[in-house]
Design a protein around this ligand. Structure first.
Ligand SMILES: Cc1cc2nc3c(=O)[nH]c(=O)nc-3n(C[C@H](O)[C@H](O)[C@H](O)COP(=O)(O)OP(=O)(O)OC[C@H]3O[C@@H](n4cnc5c(N)ncnc54)[C@H](O)[C@@H]3O)c2cc1C
Length: 424
């Protein structure tokens, strides 16, 4: 709203409701575009408090607002009766054809294309890396074009204060790109890691262990995730987020559970031992830090067990006396991981695990079906369960259902901590 405030403070004569609304919306949308470079997920200072899920939901919401404003901006100027621009045909056609608005038109088209390709990403024949590169470069270009448009064609941005705001916001946006794609890889080069082992952990599931190549011990909280670049230069754009399945107590080694789910993860099994790895992190708020609960409820679906194992292993390393219950959902027995370790923890501590299969084999003695309220109530049966803290990670629909069920059982939403591996 700062650009809108600075524009209003100029006290220029009104041009009519539609034109002034159009300008105000466009000024706030451009500021929002520039803010996305800092707030869309790669900076712990902005995401650290709310977590990556909410951060990216905020990014998607901002993109929808920007999209609506983009559609309204020329339409409001081009309303019947509005003045034509540079004497060209109808007002709306004139806007798109006017040479002095060319950078604005380019920014407009590019931003709409970015929003459309983000919404349709799963249906595009592009690999994730291509989409990510096009999204980043497109956003940087659109931001620069948008600022140029505001400063050359905008009625209010001729004001030196507002012009200064655009220059500062653009500089921060460019600086944030340099930080992520240049400075971070340079810093990572000072602390390379190496692959210690890659072993099959279940059906299409791998356990990857890495350790620092030189004496260096990172810090993280159990349940956090890291951006990993494996067997590539740290400047490559093929970094992927993975949750640590190990606990800080296991440092300097970090363990990950990785499910084959695309071109990169499908090749994890052939990663050479000793290969270089680069690590950016830790990130995320899927941790026990700052949370209290009379007991701890863990709910994992599929590879969502990874950060849950990290939390469980840390609780065990700290000899936490609180009751811990783990509900795990999978399709078939081949997907169950660490059954021996879980059995051992159950023998030593106040810990119970319930494995649920949606396609159980004959003779299966564990739970059957999906992780619904019935399964949750069967395991989380303590009288004070509403004062427990719950950690939930797994496929999106499972997480939504579990969150709804826990809330319907009386667990306050503030006691439910979630991590999503996919954003839509
Ligand atoms: C916070 C977080 C923690 C995660 N932890 C784990 C884990 O512990 N174990 C595990 O197996 N998986 C985890 N994932 C998911 C994992 O990152 C993706 O499965 C992996 O990146 C897929 O890459 P791919 O090239 O094999 O598949 P692709 O076919 O390229 O992608 C499949 C989907 O994975 C997502 N994805 C792909 N690349 C990226 C990327 N660079 N950044 C963000 N999302 C991407 C996209 O939604 C994409 O549609 C986590 C994801 C997030 C966001």
């Amino acid at each position: 709203m700062l650009p809108v405030g600075l524009a209003a403070a100029q006290g220029l004569p009104a041009r009519g409701f539609a034109a002034d609304v159009s300008s105000g919306l466009a000024l706030s949308a451009l500021a929002m575009v520039l803010a996305q470079f800092v707030t869309s997920g790669r900076f712990e200072r902005t995401t650290g408090r709310v977590g990556i899920d909410l951060t990216l939901q905020g990014h998607q919401l901002a993109a929808r607002f920007i999209g609506v404003v983009l559609l309204l901006h020329p339409l409001l100027y081009g309303l019947p009766g509005a003045r034509s621009v540079d004497g060209a045909g109808s007002a709306l056609a004139g806007l798109f054809a006017a040479p002095r608005l060319a950078t604005g038109v380019a920014a407009w088209a590019l931003l709409l294309a970015l929003i459309a390709t983000a919404i349709l990403r799963d249906r595009l024949p592009w690999c994730y890396e291509t989409w990510r590169l096009s999204h980043g470069i497109g956003a940087a270009l659109a931001a620069a074009l948008g600022v140029h448009h505001a400063m050359t064609a905008g009625r209010f941005s001729a004001d030196p204060w507002l012009a200064a705001v655009w220059v500062v916001l653009l500089a921060v946006a460019v600086g944030s790109l340099l930080r992520v794609y240049l400075l971070t890889p340079l810093l990572q080069m000072r602390h390379p890691w190496r692959v210690v082992s890659v072993s099959a952990a279940g059906s299409r599931l791998w356990e990857l262990v890495i350790e620092p190549a030189a004496a260096f011990v990172p810090k993280f909280a159990a349940g956090q995730f890291f951006w990993l670049t494996l067997n590539r230069s740290p400047f490559s754009i093929t970094e992927h987020p993975f949750s640590a399945a190990s606990a800080p107590a296991d440092l300097p080694r970090l363990k990950f559970l990785i499910k084959e789910s695309g071109d990169f993860t499908n090749s994890i099994g052939s990663l050479p031992i000793g290969a270089r790895a680069y690590v950016d992190g830790p990130r995320g708020i899927f941790t026990l830090a700052g949370r209290t609960g009379a007991g701890i409820g863990l709910v994992a679906g599929g590879v969502g067990i990874a950060p849950i194992l990290g939390v469980l292993r840390q609780l065990r390393a700290e000899h936490d006396p609180r009751p811990v219950r783990l509900l795990v959902g999978n399709r078939e027995p081949g997907q169950i991981v660490c059954a021996d370790e879980l059995g051992q923890i159950a023998a030593e501590a106040d810990f119970r695990v319930r494995q649920v299969l949606s396609e159980p084999p004959p003779g299966w003695s564990g739970g059957r079906g999906v992780l619904d309220r019935q399964q949750l109530e069967a395991l989380f049966d303590a009288p004070d369960r509403n004062r427990w803290v719950y950690f939930v990670c797994g496929p999106g629909p499972m997480m939504d259902a579990v969150e709804r069920s826990l809330v319907s059982m009386g667990v306050p939403a503030s006691q439910i901590v979630t991590e999503r591996f996919r954003y839509h």
